[in-house]
Design a protein around this ligand. Structure first.
Ligand SMILES: Nc1ncnc2c1ncn2[C@@H]1O[C@H](COP(=O)(O)OP(=O)(O)OP(=O)(O)O)[C@@H](O)[C@H]1O
Ligand SMILES: Nc1ccn([C@@H]2O[C@H](COP(=O)(O)O)[C@@H](O)[C@H]2O)c(=O)n1
Length: 225
């Protein structure tokens, strides 16, 4: 018997493993994977390039209204296009990482992003990760997960990841950046980073990537059966 595809929302703080695990789960289920953080990063890159006032809700919202952000599935997860230009690598720079939470706090930016994300997910099997997916973007998702790990472990993982990409940011700086971003994301007024009441909490501090993915796949299969 064919089962209807479900929507899976994965939220949590920076470097908790959301996108790594979301990609595995999506691939196993044959679903699309959407990394919503990449969309906030893309508009932040454009704002930095154009020198707009990052503190202004109106300027940020107007910029997004004249911007095309396109996500396309790829072997490694997702390609990101900003006004048709491939910015998949550029949006991961420290410059963008340090500015993105200010941009993502603006109401006009979030209203438009949620619209775009809901359109992308409509009527499909999807695994979407971010900060407000279970609370705002997909409030009716069949499975909601809030994934976290200690800040020390998250910084260590990012440090190892950066080393492989030949990026040499000191561990302490990464830990400070992660903690600062989590604080801004959790304390903003509009759609803050928060566990949805009906989300399942998974602490990945002492789990391997495969163990974390298996936990979510088991939960997904329960909802599919
Ligand atoms: N359970 C785990 N054990 C060890 N390493 C992990 C685990 N989960 C993820 N990682 C590694 O941690 C790093 C951060 O993971 P990932 O980018 O998936 O986090 P994220 O929550 O999507 O982060 P962000 O929100 O900042 O984009 C990656 O290098 C990934 O391979
Ligand atoms: N649903 C979301 C997703 C992301 N953000 C903001 O974007 C930043 C970057 O996200 P990453 O997942 O790529 O680290 C994040 O720190 C948030 O400020 C968001 O607000 N909502």
């Amino acid at each position: 018997m064919l089962t209807r595809p479900i929507q899976i929302a994965i939220d949590g703080p920076a470097a908790a493993g959301k996108s790594t695990i979301a990609k595995i789960v999506a691939e196993q289920l044959g679903y699309i994977y959407i990394d919503t953080g990449a969309m906030y990063r893309a508009i932040t890159l454009k704002a930095l390039n154009e020198g707009i006032n990052m503190a202004s809700n109106e300027e940020a919202g107007a910029l997004l209204m004249k911007t095309e952000i396109d996500l396309q599935p790829s072997e490694n997860g997702q390609l990101v296009f900003l006004d048709k230009k491939n910015v998949t690598e550029a949006i991961r720079s420290q410059h963008v990482t340090k500015a993105v939470s200010e941009m993502a706090a603006h109401e006009l930016v979030r209203i438009r992003m949620v619209e775009l994300q809901q359109q992308l997910a409509e009527g499909r099997g999807v695994v979407m990760d971010g900060r407000d997916i279970g609370t705002h973007v997909l409030p009716n998702a069949a499975l909601k997960v809030f994934m976290s790990a200690s800040v020390e472990e998250r910084a260590r993982r990012r440090f190892e990841e950066n080393k492989k990409r030949n990026i040499e940011t000191p561990l302490e700086e990464l830990q400070d950046e992660i903690a600062k971003r989590d604080k801004m994301d959790s304390e903003r007024e509009v759609a803050p980073l928060k566990k949805a009441d009906d989300a399942i909490f998974i602490d990945t501090t002492s789990l391997t990537i495969q163990q974390a993915a298996d936990e979510i796949l088991t939960l997904a299969k329960e909802r599919l059966s």
